[in-house]
Design a protein around this ligand. Structure first.
Ligand code: NAP
Length: 500
């Protein structure tokens, strides 16, 4: 018995091609299949010449979907509607394995044996409250697949779409668009969608948040994901620049774990609700970044002694029905120093430059190691207030150069890309008795570190701290020893394009 070939796709990637010419479609089709796409979607609304369907359909034996999206549905087709429908019908007759079409004209395309009709709905503004109703209406039209793509205004919109997977009826592809919906594109596959859409053309389709085929193939090994896969992630605002998804997904792959790590774009007002529903995703563990570190520490069911002191957490790990908070930034500062200075930090004096989150983590962690702490900060009130919390010393910012020997822990944002000429210290005040540790890791060698090196000081780059905090998170997430060299290589590649 003949079967519809698209029915066999599971955990696949559909490369969306948006080319102006037939030649362009053929070359991108070839490259998409070579890069591991399971199928391609030919977005013929981008074609600026008459469609040569026979040539297109015969150009490659791989699975092909044809879509001609109208302007009102998020595409760029402004031509005649009957021509559009004729092209879609002819695509099926000429060898397309499926077409994607909207509700108002769905019944005008006749089914063709062993091909797929996808009935789709796109909403670029929101995920409507009545999505279940729309789904039921779509089911009555008896399509082979229902595709629903709606913009997420909050990651919690996902739960409304996810419920659709519980309904009987046709195959479903339901996910959220936009930066807040990004992780749902991957989670949809875990919930039963046969494939994920990824772009593979220079012209980006109007599908906010769509990842590139290259990124999906390098970061999210969909074929390896199964029902036993655990979901981890990083939560923050902004989050698109985060190196953590590359680091953790590569580490999972290296350790042969079929888990996945996703970026969650959640703003301050949404975080408490997000935290309340983390178990429903379900999230096994989370890296927490700006601006949620303090709230994460408050909300967590249990806190490590360091988190209790610092009042901020960068890691949440699921423990039963709750989450445990840890601060691996603090652990990483100590580890990076011990790696260079040996197991004990003795009673080396430390001057902390800054009084923000990184400064707090460093001060409490190093104080626990027995180091005497002094705080200096541009805003003296913040320096005093942090110093008074634990009975540490403080120095006015202008007097900081009086610290001539010991650990200089640079915790301000000075020198961070793109302001690479800024520095918190002056060249003439570095001494060979300084251990200069810059927490800034972009650029890899800050002006602070360059000048410390010139002066004969021992240098520790922020990248070491970044690698150790990620490694400590990996160990808390998995209970396994972290692949430190793999993490180092991924971090360097992500930042510089070159391995360590
Ligand atoms: P934060 O809480 O916003 O604190 C920023 C600090 O920088 C404050 O002390 C602030 O002083 C100071 N500052 C900002 N602009 C300044 C200027 N022009 N002159 C003097 N001081 C200035 O930030 P954070 O979370 O602590 O992060 C600080 C740095 O640590 C960032 O560069 C971040 O990349 C780095 N970090 C690295 C890692 C890693 O893994 N390597 C992890 C966490 C953080 P005021 O109080 O006077 O404003």
């Amino acid at each position: 018995m003949a079967v519809n070939p698209l029915e066999s796709v599971r955990h696949g990637v559909c490369a969306v091609l948006t080319e102006p010419t037939t030649e362009g479609f053929i070359s991108q089709m070839e490259s998409a299949f070579q890069s591991g796409a399971s199928l391609v979607e030919l977005r013929l609304d981008y074609l600026t010449e008459p469609a040569d369907l026979k040539t297109l359909m015969n150009a490659h034996p791989g699975l092909k979907l044809v879509t001609i999206r109208r302007k009102q549905d998020g595409g760029i087709w402004e031509g005649d509607e009957s021509l559009r429908l004729e092209l879609l019908q002819n695509a099926l007759a000429n060898g397309a394995h499926g077409i994607d079409i909207e509700e108002d004209c769905f019944s005008r395309i006749k089914p063709v044996p062993n091909t797929t009709r996808i009935l789709s709905y796109h909403n670029f503004q929101e995920t409507p409250g009545n999505i279940q109703e729309l789904f039921r209406r779509f089911t009555c039209l008896r399509p082979d697949i229902i595709k629903i793509a709606c913009k997420a205004n909050s990651i919690l919109d996902w739960f409304r779409l996810r419920e659709l997977y519980l309904h009987p009826g046709p195959e479903k592809i339901a996910f959220c668009m936009g930066s807040k919906g990004y992780p749902t594109r991957i989670m949809s596959v875990l919930n039963g969608a046969p494939w994920l859409y990824a772009s593979h053309s220079t012209a980006q389709p109007n599908a906010p948040g769509i990842p590139s085929l290259e990124l999906v193939q390098s970061m999210f090994p969909l074929k390896k994901l199964g029902t036993e896969s655990k979901i981890f992630g990083v939560v923050g605002d902004p989050i698109s620049h985060s190196l953590s998804p590359a680091i953790h997904n590569n580490a999972f792959e290296h350790m042969h774990r079929n888990d996945v790590y996703l970026p969650f774009h959640v703003n301050q007002e949404e975080f408490t609700d997000f935290y309340g529903r983390m178990q429903e995703f379900p999230l096994e563990g989370l890296s927490v970044t700006i601006p949620h570190k303090e709230t994460a520490a408050c909300l967590a069911g249990t806190r490590s002694p360091l988190v209790q002191r610092i009042g901020a957490a960068n890691t949440l790990i699921r423990r039963g029905n709750s989450y445990h908070a840890e601060n691996t930034d603090a652990l990483a500062i100590v580890q990076s120093l011990k790696q260079v200075l040996g197991k004990s930090l003795g009673e080396m004096p430390v001057l902390i430059l800054g009084a923000g989150g990184a400064a707090r983590a460093g001060a409490f962690a190093l104080s626990l190691e027995g180091c005497p702490i002094t705080i200096t900060n541009r805003n003296i009130t913040r320096a005093k207030s942090l110093a008074n919390e634990a009975g540490w010393g403080f120095l006015p910012w202008e007097d900081r150069f009086s610290f001539r020997s010991g650990i200089l822990l640079q915790c301000t944002s000075l020198g961070m890309h793109p302001n690479v000429n800024d520095t918190a210290w002056e060249l003439k005040h570095f001494t060979p008795q300084h251990v200069a540790f810059d927490t800034v890791y972009n650029p890899l060698e800050t002006r602070f570190l360059q000048e410390a090196k010139t002066s004969g000081a021992i240098c520790i780059p922020g990248m070491e701290m970044f690698i150790h905090q990620a490694a400590a998170q990996f160990e808390l997430f998995t209970g396994l020893l972290a692949p430190l060299e793999k993490i180092r290589d991924t971090a360097f590649k992500a930042l510089t394009g070159k391995p360590a």
